[in-house]
Design a protein around this ligand. Structure first.
Ligand code: V0V
Ligand code: CO
Length: 142
């Protein structure tokens, strides 16, 4: 079902400061920045590698307000790994298959994600404490 680890999402208080850290420490490059009102975040994707199953990234997340998913996470747990995003070929199909196994879906249908992806979250309480995101990247025209 999973093609790759698409991204690891990292919650932070100050997006610009964390971008500067990842750039200067690891030599990573920002390939996309977005404000996603629905998800309550300002985020940046930093490219890590290309693999057979597609590209992988680090996603840095700053909350738009304390009441958002990432805002609440920061207040409870502080900065750190917030979620893991797995690449899938078809997010709607993957959601059906996973729901059939009794895992609670946060999103029963795909939402808008970074860089034009269709995304959906699974409840961390049903995935061993790991907030899990499914990511269907847009098809490349080649
Ligand atoms: C909360 N919990 C987590 C967690 N956030 N566990 C692991 N990882 C996380 N990130 C735990 C929390 O400690 C509580 O456990 C329990 O879940 C309920 O948490 P809560 O603080 O009461 O918060 P809720 O229930 O209001 O919200 C939690 C969920 C929420 C996971 C339902 O954060 C959510 O809907 N997340 C999905 C959307 C999202 O995260 N968007 C931002 C990324 P205890 O303490 O009761 O044991 S957007 C993104 O990635 C984009 C755009 C992209 O990739 O393109
Ligand atoms: Co994400």
């Amino acid at each position: 079902m999973f093609l790759r680890i698409d991204h690891v999402g990292i919650a932070c208080h100050d997006l610009e400061e964390k971008i500067a850290f990842y750039e200067s420490t690891f030599g990573l490059t920002v390939v996309s920045r977005e404000v996603n009102e629905e998800q309550g975040v300002k985020e940046a994707m930093l490219h890590v590698a290309e693999g057979e199953g597609g590209a992988s990234y680090v996603q840095l997340l700053e909350p738009l307000s304390p009441e958002t998913a990432v805002g609440k996470f920061l207040a409870k747990r502080g900065e750190g790994v917030h979620h893991i995003g797995y690449g899938v070929a078809d997010v709607t199909r993957a959601l059906q298959e996973i729901a059939g196994k009794g895992v609670r879906l946060i999103d029963s249908r795909p939402r808008h994600g970074s860089m034009g992806a269709a995304i959906a979250f699974l409840h961390p309480k049903d995935v061993g404490g790991a907030l899990t995101e499914l990511v269907e990247a847009p098809r490349r025209s080649s």
